[in-house]
Ligand binder design. Structure first.
Ligand SMILES: NC(=O)c1ccc[n+]([C@@H]2O[C@H](COP(=O)([O-])OP(=O)(O)OC[C@H]3O[C@@H](n4cnc5c(N)ncnc54)[C@H](O)[C@@H]3O)[C@@H](O)[C@H]2O)c1
Length: 356
């Protein structure tokens, strides 16, 4: 079992039946009412394992959320808050969020707001949830077209990460999480990146040790900069151009977030390479890894202009300078690098060449 203790919470990574979960349920929450929040898929694929492994959960209320980002909205929260009121859930009770990033973001928000805060525990069931979304204390929901527009910083009491849940996760979702693992390695850990390059099968991508090492990178960064004033911006690597690509294609032909981040990391590595801060060898290694795992897209001139426009509107910017995290080498992210639209155009033209 890998255990990381942070100031406000702990993370246990490994077999959940061997973790502190059972003891916590019977001691601290022995007389609490327990609510488990799931979505339709984690209800079908993950809930039974939890209920059969932990007797105290047999009495829990299960709240079923509709699947998907489009349901990470206030209307759904209202329904859950009303149900929590009906079940007379109080501040000594416990909410368990069993699901991917949508369930942990929204379930954390629901718990943080209800009666000014009910204890909650995350049990992430996607790779993205395990290495990224469940860690860092950001909870929230979307508002109209704005992602994560409403939310609060609040850490769960515990995070239990058990790769057993990944057994039913589709390959596309594994790759979604893998791009965040690559990002964590690229910004801070060259040795880890080299190991990720050498992986062959999809099963290898979800090895316990790799999940532990990549999630630890996020834990450490968040610990140093909980409110994203400085070093936490490292986690934005690949996300400026990635969000531009994702946002533009949303209206045309949506692609998965992890796929967009992978393309964004390649584009931002190209910008770093062009500026001379990333060596040719490092750039080639990054390109090879991303091209091996993620399909390339052809960008028309109109798309490139549209993506640049979205990058110029990114909320991280300073005036009309685009604030990016770039690379000073593999394992060395550099925050607050200002990029102009022409560099983004060139990077997307480079992606175009890769698609041919
Ligand atoms: N809070 C943060 O710091 C942070 C960081 C990154 C992303 N996020 C958020 O995370 C969300 C994306 O997370 P995600 O990629 O996990 O998406 P998700 O929660 O929508 O899960 C992806 C899909 O996998 C299904 N699923 C989940 N676990 C499964 C399992 N074990 N077996 C089979 N199917 C399963 C889900 O039902 C869903 O259909 C976004 O809303 C994003 O904003 C938050």
């Amino acid at each position: 079992m890998h255990i990381f203790s942070s100031t406000n919470y702990s993370i246990e990574i490994g077999d959940i039946t061997q973790s502190s979960f059972a003891e916590l349920l019977s001691s601290k929450y022995g007389s609490s009412r327990i609510v488990i929040i799931v979505d339709e898929n984690t209800h079908d694929q993950c809930l039974e394992y939890l209920l059969t492994s932990f007797d105290p959960l047999k009495e829990a209320e299960v709240m079923l959320l509709p699947v998907g980002e489009e349901n990470k909205v206030m209307e759904v929260c209202f329904q859950v808050w009303e149900a929590l009121s009906e079940y007379k859930i109080g501040r000594r009770d416990l909410i368990i969020n069993l699901g991917g990033g949508v369930v942990t973001d929204m379930g954390g928000f629901i718990a943080a707001i209800f009666k000014r805060g009910v204890d909650f525990i995350h049990i992430p069931t996607t790779l993205l949830g395990m290495v990224d979304a469940s860690i860092g204390g950001k909870t929230g929901i979307d508002l109209g077209p704005f992602k994560n527009q409403l939310g609060v910083f609040k850490h769960p009491k515990m995070i239990y990460i058990d790769p057993i849940f990944l057994g039913t996760l589709p390959e596309e979702e594994i790759l979604n999480g893998f791009s965040e693992m690559v990002k964590h390695a690229l910004i801070l850990d060259k040795d880890l990146f080299n190991e990720l390059v050498d992986l062959t099968s999809i099963e290898e991508l979800t090895a316990l040790d790799l999940i532990a090492r990549t999630s630890k990178i996020k834990v450490d960064i968040v610990e140093q900069d909980p409110e994203e004033i400085g070093i936490r911006k490292l986690l934005n690597f690949g996300h400026t151009i990635g969000h531009g690509i994702e946002g533009y294609l949303l209206e045309v032909e949506p692609i998965a977030h992890g796929h967009a981040v992978a393309l964004g990391m390649l584009a931002e590595s190209f910008v770093s390479f062009r500026r001379g801060s990333l060596s040719n060898d490092d750039f080639q290694m990054i390109s090879e890894l991303i091209l091996k795992r993620y399909p390339m897209i052809e960008f028309t001139e109109e798309m490139i202009a549209g993506i640049c426009e979205l990058c110029l509107n990114d909320k991280k910017n300073d005036g009309n300078k685009i604030n990016c995290t770039l690379l000073n080498g593999i394992g060395k992210g550099e925050i607050d690098q200002y990029v102009d639209a022409s560099e983004i155009t060139l990077s997307l033209e480079f992606l175009n060449q890769c698609s041919k």
